[in-house]
Design a protein around this ligand. Structure first.
Ligand code: KIV
Length: 279
């Protein structure tokens, strides 16, 4: 079993040009499989609002949901770097709220780091959380919690003007003391520039190949989430189809009486069944 990585290991991987493999996980069985497969990092993303709870966005997600799911992932993947994701309104209000809620991920759920969305406008929150001794991952580009302001789940940095904003956000995250940056759905040319300009590791989701590692949402990667599939997703399995096939076969076998078979029951002990007539 390889030893659990720390943020220093991720800095070393960046120096060596070794890519970080990062996925989201929301539950114990998935986290255990990811750890067994050697995934480097797990994000317990607030995407759980859509992927697990069926909400249309991440906005309804609460701290309690995030803490419970992060705890489950931590228990099942004790040797993997786990990042808790700060949900909407857990850090936007005040720096005190931001530090308190970030701390809950470490104290109550055993997370190794937290992630929060935004650049320039959350720099004061990032600084305060870092000063509390917590490892912070920034997140810029398509930031789902502010997708209303972005006009939907839209790619960012596709014009010179918005590329400039992306670079300003990236630099603000680094200057605030964040330990790493996630860039989501940003034009690859802009991600390349950000990667060249920053000292801290830059990871991407839908931001092209010029980063220190890649993140995918587990439900997209496994083909479980069918509501929509962003262009940047590669499905490595089609579990939704497999699940539907399995459920349909189960239904057929229950209805035609072939399930359960003799191998699926706990018969009475030898000689006991004969005595049932005494009852
Ligand atoms: O919640 C999440 O999974 C995320 C990713 C979309 C980056 O923040």
């Amino acid at each position: 079993m390889p030893k659990k990585k720390s943020i220093l290991d991720f800095y070393e991987m960046k120096k060596r040009g070794e890519k970080v493999v990062w996925i989201t996980a929301y539950d114990a069985p998935t986290a255990a499989c990811a750890e067994a497969a050697g995934v480097d990092m797990l994000l317990v993303g607030d995407s759980l609002g859509m992927c697990v709870y069926g909400y249309p966005s991440t906005i309804p997600v609460t701290m309690e949901m995030c803490i419970r799911h992060t705890e489950a992932v931590r228990r099942a993947a004790p040797n993997t770097f786990v990042i808790g994701d700060m949900p909407f309104m857990s850090y936007q209000t005040t720096t005190a709220d931001a530090v308190y809620n970030a701390g809950r991920f470490l104290k109550e759920a055993g997370a190794d780091a937290i992630k929060l969305e935004g650049g320039v406008r959350v720099a004061d929150k990032i600084k305060a959380i870092v000063e509390a001794g917590i490892v912070v991952f920034g997140h810029i580009g398509l930031t789902p919690q502010s997708s209303g302001q972005l006009g939907g789940f839209k790619a960012q940095g596709r014009t010179l003007e918005t590329a400039k904003l992306m670079l300003q956000d990236a630099l603000a995250v680094q200057e605030a003391g964040a330990h790493a940056l996630l860039v989501e759905a940003v034009a690859p040319e802009v991600t390349k520039l950000i990667h060249e300009r920053l000292r801290i590791p830059v990871y991407g989701i839908g931001a092209g190949p010029h980063c220190d590692g890649q993140l995918l949402i587990v439900s997209d990667l496994l083909g479980i989430f069918e509501a929509f599939t962003p262009k940047f997703v590669k499905k490595y399995a089609n579990l939704a189809e497999e699940m539907k096939k399995a459920f349909a076969q189960y239904a057929e076998e229950v209805r035609n009486g072939t399930f359960p078979g003799p191998e699926h029951v706990y018969p009475m002990l030898p000689g006991e069944a004969e005595k049932l007539s005494e009852l």
